[in-house]
Design a protein around this ligand. Sequence first.
Ligand SMILES: [Zn+2]
Length: 89
Amino acid sequence: MIRYECDKCGVAMQANDPKRFIVRLEIYAAAGHVDLDEEAAAAPTEGLREIVRQLAKADPDEVEDQTYRLLRFDVCDACRRELLERPIK
Ligand SMILES: [Zn+2]
């Protein structure tokens, strides 16, 4: 039997526990996509080259953290209520 514990307070829960909830936290950069016209794509600017150079040297996990992350948590009913009242504190 798979046992779960609340990722917020640590209380034990069962797999089919009606008081076990899943919280998904999606974090991504607010800036929109970059439009590149054909000219820019064919002859990248120095700024774009610098970005590519920095990405080549960067830690892939850090790059991912800066662009998109989806996190999943199991929480108990009490913590679900608390999160709904104050999702960000
Ligand atoms: Zn909890």
